[in-house]
Design a protein around this ligand. Structure first.
Ligand code: ZN
Length: 338
């Protein structure tokens, strides 16, 4: 998540101007007519900060699986217990909540760059990471990397790269908004220095300035589509047309700030309108993310490709998503393949 020090402005991963005139709005509401039958995998979305309406909209739009990276929550945590509870919710309640809308939920676990600067607490968080990284459905170490590019950020980025290497997990790297080019190059150089294969590293929040070097060095290049920012989906279409689909993936990074959880289906619709081949759309909105994070050994496509069976009468630790008197949705007829 964005760790923007300026007192104004909210976009979490990018600082953007509002000048971008985007056909995203034109596609809004009509995008579904272009994406019939398509399935999507969002490899970066902070569902903890979203509503059940968002889950329903994602399911309706064809998002069958997603990855929720551990991140900063908008204000600094003051103790280890809040990290612990947050990580536990990513593999517990949030995963349950997602399942109630038929969406397979995975997560990455890590110490984010902003909170790496609180060294006393960071040390304690490092100690509990291995425990959570071993849990089922944890598909990588993330999102980690640089924010202000401080010495403490580098120290904990390196320590977590070592952890990823030991546990043979992919790494999801958040790149900084300020000095992005430099921060991105530095993130990649350090990963290589630690002997991590570039295909195990997903460099996130790319733009036109960073993409070529990321792809040339063999890393995965993820792009966050945010409304009113520099990387609107029209520019995303141009990038896919220019570079092709290999190792590129699109995400929404929807979070507590102004963002759009439907960024992937909307971008797919725009690609379709702009005549990007269907197979290229499938690769950048589904398959490449799946391939990258399946290297964790924690993703079985068969678990979600035909949809999850939804039974909203289910409970998690005695809790349900239903509120007094609501009728549960139960799909007893859904087609499950094991
Ligand atoms: Zn994020």
């Amino acid at each position: 998540m964005c760790q923007d020090h300026k007192p104004v402005g909210n976009p979490s991963h990018f600082e953007g101007t509002e000048q971008e005139k985007s056909t995203a709005h034109a596609v809004d509401g009509t995008f579904a007519q272009y994406t019939q039958g398509m399935k999507f995998f969002d490899p970066h979305v902070h569902m903890t900060s979203r509503t059940t309406d968002d889950y329903q909209a994602l399911a309706d739009a064809g998002v069958v699986a997603l990855i929720e990276p551990a991140f900063w929550l908008g204000q600094p945590r003051t103790g280890l217990a809040s990290f612990k509870d947050y990580f536990a919710s990513l593999v517990g309640w949030e995963r349950f909540r997602s399942s109630q809308f038929g969406i397979k939920h995975y997560c990455t676990i890590g110490l984010n760059s902003r909170e790496a600067n609180h060294e006393a607490l960071a040390e304690q968080v490092m100690e509990i990471l291995p425990l959570f990284l071993q849990k089922e459905g944890v598909v990588g170490v993330g999102e980690i990397g640089f924010d202000d590019q401080t010495a403490a950020e580098e120290k904990y980025y390196r320590a977590q790269l070592e952890l990823a290497k030991e546990m043979n997990l992919p790494v999801q790297v958040h790149t900084p908004h300020r000095d992005k080019k430099k921060g991105t190059e530095r993130s990649m150089a350090i990963a290589l220095e630690h002997g991590i294969a570039p295909n195990m590293v997903i460099i996130d929040h790319n733009n036109e300035e960073t993409v070529k070097s990321v792809l040339d060095q063999g890393f995965y290049a993820a792009f966050t589509i945010y409304p009113f920012t520099k990387m609107g989906n029209e520019r995303m279409v141009e990038i896919v047309k220019h570079y092709g689909p290999e190792r590129i993936m699109v995400n929404s990074a929807a979070d507590l700030g102004i963002s759009d959880p439907l960024a992937i289906p909307k971008t797919a619709a725009l690609m379709k309108i702009k005549e990007v081949p269907d197979e290229h759309i499938r690769l950048v909105t589904y398959q490449n993310a799946l391939d990258a994070f399946a290297q964790s050994g924690q993703i079985q496509e068969a678990d979600f490709i035909h949809g999850l069976e939804i039974d909203q009468t289910q409970k998690f630790n005695g809790n349900t998503i239903l509120r007094g008197g609501q009728a549960p949705r139960i799909d007893k007829d859904s087609l499950i393949i094991r």
